[in-house]
Design a protein. Structure first.
Length: 102
């Protein structure tokens, strides 16, 4: 999970449109779609119901959005949805170098 993935997802939710989110973030629509799809794959949940004219949040997507938009994902260090994965890996940072920097 990256900050950009969360930013794209939150922007798409706020604008209720992946296309409008892409325009606002100055990226392509496929970039936003890919970022959201990667979040869905990482957490093994469906965040959005995609439609020909827009999108709608799933219940899990609504929960994820609330947490991400409140800064839960990065403001407090990690998303609660991600804590199990981090614990299994041994820490929130992928490389011991990050531990030394912090």
């Amino acid at each position: 999970m990256t900050f950009l993935q969360l930013k794209y997802f939150c922007t798409a939710c706020e604008l209720a449109s992946i296309t409008k989110a892409a325009e606002k973030m100055f990226v392509t629509q496929p970039a936003v779609s890919t970022a959201i799809r990667e979040l869905e794959q990482e957490f093994q949940i469906r965040l959005l119901n995609r439609r020909s004219k827009g999108m709608a949040l799933t219940d899990e997507g609504m929960t994820f959005y609330r947490e991400a938009s409140e800064g839960g994902a990065f403001g407090s260090g990690l998303s609660r949805m991600d804590q199990r994965r981090v614990a299994a890996r041994g820490g929130p940072y992928p490389d011991p170098l990050y531990q030394k920097i912090l």
